[in-house]
Design a protein around this ligand. Structure first.
Ligand SMILES: Nc1nc2c(c(=O)[nH]1)N[C@H]1C(S)=C(S)[C@@H](COP(=O)(O)OP(=O)(O)OC[C@H]3O[C@@H](n4cnc5c(N)ncnc54)[C@H](O)[C@@H]3O)O[C@H]1N2
Ligand SMILES: O=P(O)(O)OP(=O)(O)O
Length: 164
């Protein structure tokens, strides 16, 4: 699987805070034998996020795009809206599981408006901004990610069949 990681953070983009979340996710993915093919950090700007998500998904070389940050309720948190603008289809289950599992860790989990869905052959998943929150949330949905990527890319393998 080939993945890309996009960090959304005003402070990070201005160089006022070191990006802990992008590297944390990259390390987590590498430990799960996923190749990181693209990464970037940008400010919480709707058009910039839309542009990068489109570029990466439409490149044809990225199976999974993870975003981290900007999912909450601060005035500049626009990641879910920018993601929604590029998706062909939404997968509500990812957001449902992330919030349900994260509520076991912190009541603040209900503030995250993270969404997930499909653009072309890419699966896009929003994750919260803190390094801990980002990793906890990818861990929560990971059991379904490889299968989802396979199905998005046209696999006709029977879902109920035992793994090959
Ligand atoms: N499983 C978990 N789920 C959630 C957690 C958590 O700890 N575990 N945190 C919850 C919180 S709190 C909020 S609020 C919501 C929404 O989060 P956002 O996506 O809006 O996150 P931000 O406001 O962008 O960041 C929150 C906080 O994290 C630090 N931060 C952010 N970006 C970076 C970065 N690139 N590198 C290092 N640290 C970063 C910073 O202290 C921010 O203030 O999600 C809940 N879900
Ligand atoms: O600078 P950001 O976007 O990371 O904002 P915050 O620290 O308030 O999450």
């Amino acid at each position: 699987m080939k993945a890309a990681v996009l960090t959304l953070s005003d402070k990070g983009a201005r160089g006022e805070r070191e990006d802990g979340s992008g590297p944390a996710l990259q390390n987590w993915l590498a430990a799960h034998e996923v190749a990181i093919v693209k990464s970037a950090i940008v400010a919480d700007e709707h058009e910039e996020i839309v542009s990068i998500l489109k570029e990466w998904a439409d490149s044809g070389g990225v199976d999974l795009i993870l975003t981290t940050g900007g999912t909450g309720v601060s005035p500049r948190d626009v990641t879910p809206e920018a993601t929604m603008a590029v998706l062909d289809r939404v997968i509500p289950g990812f957001g449902e599981v992330m919030r349900a599992r994260s509520l076991e860790k912190t009541p603040h989990a209900m503030i995250s408006r993270a969404i997930a869905g499909i653009r072309g052959r890419s699966l896009i998943i929003n994750l919260p901004g803190s390094p801990k929150g980002a990793v906890e949330n990818i861990e929560a949905v990971w059991p379904a990610v490889p299968h989802a990527v396979e199905k998005i890319q046209g696999s006709t393998r029977d879902c109920a069949a035992p793994p090959r």
